[in-house]
Design a protein around this ligand. Structure first.
Ligand code: NAI
Length: 269
């Protein structure tokens, strides 16, 4: 049985993933702002350092897998915080835990992106490149500046939608660039992303009010399957990516979104 770190373990997809791994007999080290084995704010340098140190201590320096799931939605007011939590959090955590994944001999890492990266027409490529260059201060500043230039009706609907979509776009790009580096690929550490669509978790329910009762056909983006996702639908794929048998896939971004991305971009591959 393996040892896995799961961020965002207190709620939604993270809680469902942690439960699935525990049910399969694995040891799970949960990280979250509350109700977790390790309580840490992954939106800050200090919280990320604490999380890495405490995970390494709890795992005795060897990890079979990491699921970086913690994140916030487009409803968060502070666009800078969205970049820090959704992009810099998972990247710092995975970089810090990389040696422990190498030590397992078949390390697996999976991050949660979003289909907003391909379906929301507000991607700020320059902001994404600042993030990819590791310049958190500059990225935070640009995210706030871009937010203040957004039309008021967008701010009212989803105050950080631009930073949110861009944080997930940059994260997917980081996964693809990093997964193929020799110190990941040739050391047995596979790194993939899942891009969920609308999933019924507190994050989505909080942002759209009565989303649970909402008709998927009335949702702003197309829902070809006619249903919203549940946290377990994402946890299923998290679990697959973390298995040692998942040994020929790295740098992939898997849409788990009920068909939204395919409906909006049928000819993109
Ligand atoms: P959720 O709100 O149920 O769970 C997110 C968890 O992350 C919470 O337990 C929260 O406390 C934790 N978290 C937030 N900020 C944190 C921080 N600074 N440090 C440590 N932990 C923190 O939401 P859900 O939906 O399960 O979200 C999981 C991931 O899925 C997020 O990255 C989110 O952006 C992404 N996502 C969600 C979608 C949805 O429709 N629910 C769609 C696409 C992506």
């Amino acid at each position: 049985m393996g040892t896995f770190a799961v961020t965002g373990s207190a709620s939604g997809m993270g809680a469902a993933s942690a439960a699935l791994l525990r049910d399969a007999g694995h040891t799970v080290i949960g990280v979250d702002l509350h109700d977790a084995d390790i309580v840490a704010d992954l939106g800050t340098d200090e919280g990320r350092r604490t999380a890495v140190q405490e995970i390494l201590a709890a795992a005795d320096g060897v990890l079979d897998g990491v699921a970086a799931i913690a994140g916030v939605g487009p409803n968060m007011r502070d666009a800078a915080a969205v970049m820090s939590i959704n992009y810099f959090g998972p990247v710092a955590l995975l970089e810090g835990l990389h040696p422990a994944l190498v030590r397992s001999g078949a390390g697996r890492a999976v991050v949660i992106g979003s289909n907003s990266a391909t379906t929301v027409p507000l991607i700020d490529e320059d902001l994404a490149e600042l993030a990819l260059a590791g310049d958190e201060d500059a990225a935070r500043e640009r995210a706030r500046a871009a937010q203040s230039a957004m039309p008021p009706e967008i701010i009212e609907m989803a105050p950080s939608i631009g930073a949110y979509a861009t944080s997930k776009f940059a994260l997917a790009r980081w996964v693809r660039r990093t997964a193929v580096q020799a110190d990941w690929a040739r050391r047995g550490v596979l790194l993939n992303a899942i891009a969920p669509g609308a999933v019924l978790t507190p994050l989505m329910l909080g942002s759209t009010g009565a989303a649970a009762e909402m008709d998927p056909d009335e949702f702003p983006t197309p829902m070809p399957l006619g249903v919203f996702g549940h946290p377990e639908d994402i946890a299923f794929w998290v679990h697959q990516f973390l298995k040692p048998q998942a040994r020929f896939t790295t740098g992939a971004v898997l849409f788990v979104d009920g068909g939204t991305d395919a409906a909006m971009r049928p000819d993109a591959q």
